[in-house]
Write a protein that binds this ligand. Sequence first.
Ligand code: NAD
Ligand code: ZN
Ligand code: ZN
Length: 389
Amino acid sequence: MKALTWHGKGDIRCESVPDPKIEDGRDAIIKVTACAICGSDLHLMGGFVPTMESGDVLGHECMGEVVEVGRENSKLKVGDRIVVPFTICCGECRQCKWGNWSLCERSNRNGKLQAEQFGYPGAGLFGYSHVTGGYAGGQAEYIRVPYADVTHLKVPESLTDEQVLFLSDIFPTAWMAAENCEIKPGDTIAVWGCGPVGQLAIRSCFLLGAKRVIAIDTVPERLALAREAGAETIDYAEGKVQETIIELTKGLGPDAVIEAVGMESHGADTMAQSLTSNIMSHTISMERPFALNQAILACRPGGIVSVPGVYVSFSPVAMGAFMNKALTMKTGQTHMLRYMEPLLRRIEKGEIDPSFVITHRATSLEDGPDLYSTFRDKKDGCVKVVMRP
Ligand code: NAD
Ligand code: ZN
Ligand code: ZN
């Protein structure tokens, strides 16, 4: 089959790779009908995530048709149309039972590797390095879904692929980020990053009752899309983020802040290098505005800092401000299965159609490598890429 593969920093290829096979009774094989490129894939493309290997199949946002099921999988049958969450969940361990799906204790078959780094294995992820299990991803014609009897959401024929595809990651991620803000009527929320996650977070905040949303980025098309949702915007390249937020909130600061940028905003390239030597000894690059610390400094005392942005290594957090302002931080890989079904209902009711973020479409994986660059460089107004393998 054809798949997009990783071959080192900036080197994404479309290649022929072996078709996936059933390896366990709970597995299913999915024929991918639509898949997307995520901001998290850019961390891989940038070489910021350790333990990637040449030839690894990329992609963790996908959906499609079930073409084969393992013997013990009674929940799926050939022909079912499903969205695949980016986190793999066993459904049986303590964390899965508690609904903390992204902390599944069994789905990361290389859990020991991640535990060495974070003291905890974390769930297996598709197409996201060997510390998270080394599972082949869904930017491919077919994908093997482990624990597929639990790790899936069936979707109705009445909705198009584009309407439901983002239930695989960015819509639940944005929703959890907004829910973590514990929004009360009248609240003001500030969102750093107007990429696909930021865009859906802005809309989720309004759906959850926020009165105002202030959105920060520098890409004109992305700021414009945020304004369409009703957000007030700040271009961080103008250098006055804190002052403008203070002015807009009459000195109070936002009730909660969302950091939807991730590690690149403060020199993750140096961090990634340091990972291979000594994490704690690396020097911090503050050349670029560090979104997380800007968010901490802007948040009103007693407020919440919600961080969907991905970090894989040591990061310099403004702990003095954080402690003295008595802030609360909520973060994590998204607990996908908590949100997929309820958000599907919201899409069905017409409350939101997440496909508004799509700007680039491809009918072949061959276009994938170019589209990775377009998305990374925010060329041609690119906000989100969807491919139909
Ligand atoms: P993206 O790269 O398309 O968007 C990031 C945006 O942040 C860009 O528009 C960029 O211009 C902007 N930005 C960069 N530096 C900034 C700064 N200092 N201040 C304000 N804006 C800045 O990515 P995305 O797909 O929207 O994803 C956003 C983040 O969410 C990534 O870190 C991604 O890995 C993460 N993510 C997390 C989860 C999860 O489960 N927690 C799931 C999906 C994505
Ligand atoms: Zn993603
Ligand atoms: Zn589990």
